[in-house]
Design a protein around this ligand. Sequence first.
Ligand code: NAI
Ligand SMILES: N[C@@H](CC=O)C(=O)O
Length: 813
Amino acid sequence: MLVLKFGGTSMGSAEAIKKVADIVKEKLQHESLFLVVSAMSGTTDLLLNCGAKAAADDESYKELLKQIETRHLDAVKALIPVQHQSSVLSMVKKYCNEIEDICNGIYLLSESSLRTKDKLVSYGELLSSTIINAALNHAGIVAVWKDARELIRTNANYGNAAVDFAVTNQQIKDYVQQANAKLIVVPGFIAGNEEQITTTLGRGGSDYTAAILAAAVDASALEIWTDVSGMMTADPRWVANAKIIPSISYQEAMELSHFGAKVIYPPTIQPVLSKNIPTWIKNTFAANDHGTVIEFKSESSNIITGISSINSLALLSLEGSGMIGIPGFSSRLFAALANAQINVILITQGSSEHSICVGVDAALAGRAKEVVDKAFEYEINSDKVEPLQIEEQLSIVALVGDQMRHHTGISGRMFSALGRNGINIRAIAQGSTERNISAVVAAADVRKAVNVLHEEFFETTKKQVNLFIVGTGNVGKKLLDQLKQQQSFLEQQLRLQVNIVGLSNSRKMLIDENGIDLAKWEDSLANAEQADLQAFVQSIIKRNLRNSVFVDVTANAAIAGVYASLLEKSIAVVACNKVAASSQLSNYKKLKHLSSEFNAPFLFETNVGAGLPIIGSLNDLMRSGDRVHKMEAVLSGTLNFVFNNYDGSRPFAEVVKQAQDEGYTEPDPRLDLSGVDVMRKILILSREAGVQMEMEEISCNGFLPDSCMQGSVADFYEAMKKEEAHFKAIYDKAHAENCKLKFVASFADGKAGVGLQHIPPQHDLYHLYGKDNVVLFYTDRYKEQPMVVKGAGAGAEVTASGVFADILRAAQK
Ligand SMILES: NC(=O)C1=CN([C@@H]2O[C@H](COP(=O)(O)OP(=O)(O)OC[C@H]3O[C@@H](n4cnc5c(N)ncnc54)[C@H](O)[C@@H]3O)[C@@H](O)[C@H]2O)C=CC1
Ligand SMILES: N[C@@H](CC=O)C(=O)O
């Protein structure tokens, strides 16, 4: 015999019920069946709501009654031709009248006991099973209906009654033998006590009904039909890449369903486990999908079977010196909680015995404090124990898998993956079966934690990186082009799924967790909401997505001002904006410190030499123990371009404009021409070389007349035109000495300076063309011949590719 159970969604409409009938018909060809059904979806809640309203003297319960009646009558009308409807319609009406009588009674008495509620909700399954029984018979499938209250015997614990298996098993066997039917339809969830009073098996109890029947008749299998194609590796509403688990052990299924996987009602497992009956989770709406089979031993070789979570947790901590070495404290704590009907979800105790910590449903935390403080009143008053401490807004995230016990390092991987993503672990518990490792985390982090762990254990082939990019100018546009071009390469070759979740410029901002389509980002951004930096940042923090990277492609100080708030949330920062790294030393150090404390990369390779590997090379030297004595460099692409192209044959201002048009200058080119941009760069290099330096300590031998630094950028160009003779004289002087003009940055003996120099042909810096940059590092190891990094040092394309490389570094942390 096979037992099939169909849940509320499978019974939710006439359409769905027709699918159920098809499945039943197919199964009947092979075996006789028990068919257990839940109430039509939403009906149990409606019934409870009716009762609650009636008890609260709210007459609107009558409207809800009408809704219940209408949906069941409609189902009958849709399933059965009019000439055959009368008997089932009158049955439905009879049940609905009884529901009304009960509710009227509740209304008159203004109260409803658990026993009354059980009676009231039982009509959900009575109605649905009556309707499907009639529909099957009408479709030529001979079915007999049997009241579960006559099969399943429980105690009188209304609302969640305990099954008397001895009586129940006998009643079921006797009935099956006597009925000798191919198909028996049974309402799920409901049962009867010794006095034939209706009881219920707890919410979700229809699964349990089916499991009890299956165990009693030694069924060949139990099939639980629902609206998903099996148990999943994680909640699919949270984890887009969650997968169906094809095979799982009873123990794993129990752990997962206890930990919130709602596919199966936890008590269901015990009866089928005791008889080793394979239990399938199948999808009514995709009947050919494989589903999940729950068996004695899983067929899977995965170490982790699933990741689950429990929300609304409170941690209760009992602490005190009086607890050490004295037996009985824990048992008194648990007794106090048990007597108050407070279920303990998680327990941890350090070997110091100084404290014990338990997790309970947050809704019961207040009550728990009352009863525990009362139980330890004497110890609290004599300062041996502190009053119970409660911490709320917590959740549990758990790894589940039978195979964990055979593998070392799983908890290490779990905790370091959470740590890398800035998720703080408040408490840990692992049973000696090693089937479950649970970590308590902030409720705000639980979704991220589930995703991080899913990625760590199930998506080893693909990692998702979530980017928030600010700045869509010269460099930003190129970066978006490059990301678009490389998206599929990254996915296929690096197994990296780059998701651009946020995009902003000074006018607009756009956030889309599913990823902004890079083929049309310009239109999407143009039609998005008005930019608001604080709202953008808060949205990044609130979303708390794993592997988040904030990318600053602006030159704006306000944007640089938000890095700290992101780093301290473990969000990586990649910047080509130089403002932060060249700000006050205290701020630079703070950002570096936050980056290391919160394990969030802060990368700014493009701050010096655009896409050239200058900062990275310097970092490598320093990390390997080298020391920098001297640096000599040309670090302005703009100035190198200008002095390489200016010879007086066309105005200096025109050459500067060309540099700007070709994308080498800062958004404000005066920063380049004044030498400030180069000062920033040598400052950053000095700091990265381990020197504590401020911008004010750098000397600058500039060449720009003060008149050029007044007013706007347009005024600057006008002023340069007027100063043409000044620029020509500078050029002529160098030319007369057979020298080239180079704006040189140098660092030696802990001091740095920048300025225009005449460079003779034999000098290392002489052969530097176009917009190129060069840095010569003289170190302990590179004494006579410096380490040289040279190449294009400005331009949107190369800068974007440097930012891109930093993003990949941040993603692969
Ligand atoms: N061009 C180059 O060769 C190199 C540039 N960089 C750096 O790249 C950065 C960007 O340069 P470009 O793209 O040329 O500048 P740009 O002026 O073309 O673009 C700047 C972008 O930042 C946005 N923005 C400015 N303030 C904002 C705010 N408060 N909120 C949101 N968005 C804001 C603007 O709307 C614009 O989209 C600069 O910091 C520059 O120093 C670094 C290395 C080389
Ligand atoms: N404006 C800068 C660009 C890179 O930082 C330059 O000209 O070098």
